[in-house]
Structures are given as C-alpha cells and as structure tokens.
Design a protein around this ligand. Structure first.
Ligand SMILES: [Ca+2]
Ligand SMILES: [Ca+2]
Ligand SMILES: [Ca+2]
Length: 294
C-alpha cells in the first residue's frame, strides 16, 4: 500500500463515544466517512472539524442524511440537518442535531452511526493528512445525549486513516508494496497461492490482515453460545476494512444480519440475538474495503 497514515486527536482517554473515520484515498479525491459508536447512549447532537492543508486538498462536498439527524426549525417543522461550513481555509466544520418538537428528548443510539461524509479533491500527489477535532454545534457542546447531558468528556476520536488506492502491476490482487514488504518480490505470491500452507490464500490473508508467511496467523471466527440462547460472534478484525456477516440455517440461503461494520483491531465482536430460537446455524463473514460515501 503506498500510503497508510494514522492521526490521533487525541488517542488517549476513556472510550465513551468513539469517533472513527475512514478516509479512502483515490487518485484525484479523498472521501472521508466519519462514524460514532454511541452504544446505548442516545446522541442528540454532534460537532467536529476536519483540518487539512489547503495546499494539498480542496473541500468539495459534505453529506447530509435525512431522517437521521435533524433540527426543529422556527416554524416547528423538523428538518434533516447536517450543516457543513468552512470557517477558515483548511477547516471544514460539521454539526448535526436531533431536536424535534414531536419527539422531545429522542436521540439516536447504536454503533456505526454515520455522522457525515466529506469529499475533497487532491491538489498534489502528496499524501494528505486530515485531523479531526471536536467543536460545538452552534452554542451547544460537541456531543450531547438525548437528555442534554454533555458527552464531550467521554468522546474519543480514535483515528483518521488514509487508505491508498494500491498499485498492483502484476495483477494478482495484492498491492505490490505489500508484496515487497512481505515477500521481498512480486513473484513469490500469485495471490491465489498459499505460501505458508495454512489453508488461507495469500490474497485473503492480505485482505483480512493476517500474516501470509505465518501458518499460525489466520482468520478466526468464533461463535460463543450464551446461556439465554443468544450467541456472541468474534472474528479477526482489521482497520480499514468493513465486514458483512451472514447467517444460514442450511448453507444454501444466507441472511445478511450485519452490514458494513467498520473494522477494529485485533478482533470484532457482535451479539446475535436474532437467532436465539435456532439451535443450529452457520455464520459467514465477508471482508471488504469500504465503499466511500455510504
Ligand atoms: Ca501485486
Ligand atoms: Ca496462507
Ligand atoms: Ca497465515
């Protein structure tokens, strides 16, 4: 991979409401998706800035998500609301809220809440850097729970990752830089081969973040039954990937149960309470690169 960059702001601190971003770096643009994991805390407002070098990037558009974040207007009508402004060169400010006269106190709880998607065009061939910081939406705090409690002290911006569009001149599906770093050349692996003989093809190991030269390093999916019939699914996670999980009773028909879960290292974990009445079933994890602008 030609560029991989991590920026934390800050990295330390209690993980109350992790804010995560995935930046996908193309030849001409960078697409930044910003997510929050609120867990069980209903969020009613958020605000952040994305700071970048205006010589490297130009901001072109910001996303708005009807039905997710909205504000109540002067006329008591609820509006879809994600406000994107540029207070100064090299800074984009994004605020959103969920205030509605018909549903006072209601927020949004859960993980993988998409706060915004920002699109930048690249002005040079250099690796751009984008830094996230908290900022209050209007006169409010940056993050607020549905009962109005400020959450800023609990918010942790985990990272900004820029993921390059990798070069693959030998066309084996594995980025050439990764092959050089891992095997020292482009010929040891043809992508579909299994250099370490652990049963996982090299390309799959690259995609899943395991070591294609170590037979003890391979993708693991564990299903742990709980006393109440629910199951916990645990699997090998990788930053910069997203995961879909499917469930099947008979290995013929698969139901998609979780979609687009952003990758965390070293493991992903989800509770399946959809199939607590099913004594038997099969899980399938699909590892993908993020699709920009979801
Ligand atoms: Ca290659
Ligand atoms: Ca292997
Ligand atoms: Ca391996």
């Amino acid at each position: 991979m030609s560029v991989l960059m991590l920026v934390c702001s800050p990295c330390a601190g209690a993980a109350g409401v992790p804010i995560r971003s995935i930046a996908t770096l193309g030849e001409k643009e960078v697409i930044l998706d910003v997510f929050a994991d609120s867990g069980g805390v209903p969020l009613r407002g958020f605000g952040f800035t994305a700071t970048f070098d205006p010589n490297e990037l130009a901001f072109t558009s910001g996303g708005r998500y009807a039905g997710l974040w909205f504000l109540r207007g002067e006329d008591s009508v609820s509006y879809a609301y994600t406000d994107v402004t540029m207070p100064s060169a090299g800074v984009v400010r994004v605020v959103g809220g969920r205030f509605d006269g018909d549903h006072p106190g209601e927020g949004i709880a859960g993980d993988n809440l998409l706060l915004a998607t920002l699109v930048f065009s690249r002005l040079s061939g250099n690796a751009p850097e984008i830094k996230l910081d908290l900022v209050g939406p209007a006169s409010f705090v940056s993050f607020a729970a549905a009962d109005g409690a400020p959450l800023d002290g609990e918010v942790e911006i985990q990272e900004v990752m820029v993921q390059a569009t990798p070069e693959d001149n030998d066309g084996d599906g594995i980025p050439d830089q990764y092959e050089m770093d891992t095997f020292g050349n482009l010929v040891t692996s043809d992508g579909s081969g299994d250099v370490d003989g652990d049963g996982d093809p090299d390309r799959d190991e690259w995609l899943r973040g395991t070591d294609p030269t170590d037979p003890d390093s391979k993708f693991v999916l564990e299903i742990i039954p709980q006393g109440d019939g629910t199951k916990i699914a645990l699997w090998t996670g990788q930053l910069g990937r997203v995961y879909d999980v499917e469930w099947s009773r008979d290995l013929e028909t698969f139901d998609l149960i979780w979609v687009g879960l952003p990758g965390l290292e070293p493991r992903m974990q989800r509770l399946d309470d959809l199939h607590d009445g099913d004594p038997e079933g099969f899980y399938r994890v699909i590892t993908k690169f993020p699709t920009p602008g979801r």
